[in-house]
Design a protein. Structure first.
Length: 202
């Protein structure tokens, strides 16, 4: 049996429940935008450092290093989202009573269903540029499993479908609604508690 919730698909069979994720146009746009910002900052870093070393200006060199830090953050963010697994993002094995979470293409985490106490949804408003008052932000939700006697394990990220931000409240409301529907469907199989922790600035 299949159940579609926006760009997430729950495939429920006799032996397992697999959750697949399909990149939306907004996801692809965000990846391209983040990568473009990273490349632009890299070019700016090169010219700032070149000019700084040429004139022995420590202020320019410091500015170049700040740009370099920002460039690395943006490029890592873009690449990690580009290579994020979409097939079998989560698998609930009914025979072994385990949850398999594939957070990246190379590794996966196996969690016993008995050890999962709570599924936590938390909203994030991530700054694309640090130190700017009128900054661009990326708003998204993360779904995390609180595991007994272990640190919390991130299961997946839910992105907004909106290209424009009519207001941060509308984006946050849309994301919370989507995250709640996904979590309630997930809890039909996990039988765990549900918790909303609100939105935080990152």
């Amino acid at each position: 049996m299949k159940k579609q919730i926006d760009n997430f698909t729950f495939n429920d069979t006799k032996n397992k429940v697999a959750v697949d994720y399909k990149l939306t146009t907004k996801d692809k746009f965000d990846i391209i935008l983040t990568f473009t910002i990273g490349v632009t900052l890299s070019v700016a870093t090169f010219y700032l450092l070149k000019q700084g070393f040429k004139t022995t200006s420590y202020i320019v060199i410091a500015g170049g290093l700040i740009f370099a830090f920002q460039a690395v953050l943006q490029l890592i963010s873009a690449l990690s989202r580009f290579f994020q697994p979409t097939k079998n993002l989560l698998v609930i094995d009914k025979n072994t009573k385990t949850l398999i979470s594939k957070s990246n293409p190379l590794t996966s985490k196996i969690i016993s269903l008995h050890d999962i106490e709570t599924i936590i949804i938390s909203g994030q408003n991530e700054k694309l540029f640090f130190g700017s008052k009128n900054r661009m932000t990326r708003t998204y939700c993360t779904v995390t499993a609180k595991v007994r006697n272990k640190s919390d394990e991130r299961l997946f990220t839910i992105n907004s479908n909106r290209f424009l931000r009519p207001s941060s409240q509308k984006v946050e409301t849309e994301l919370y609604s989507k995250a709640k529907r996904l979590t309630l469907e997930l809890n039909n199989h996990l039988k765990s508690k549900y918790k909303w922790s609100g939105y935080n600035d990152v």
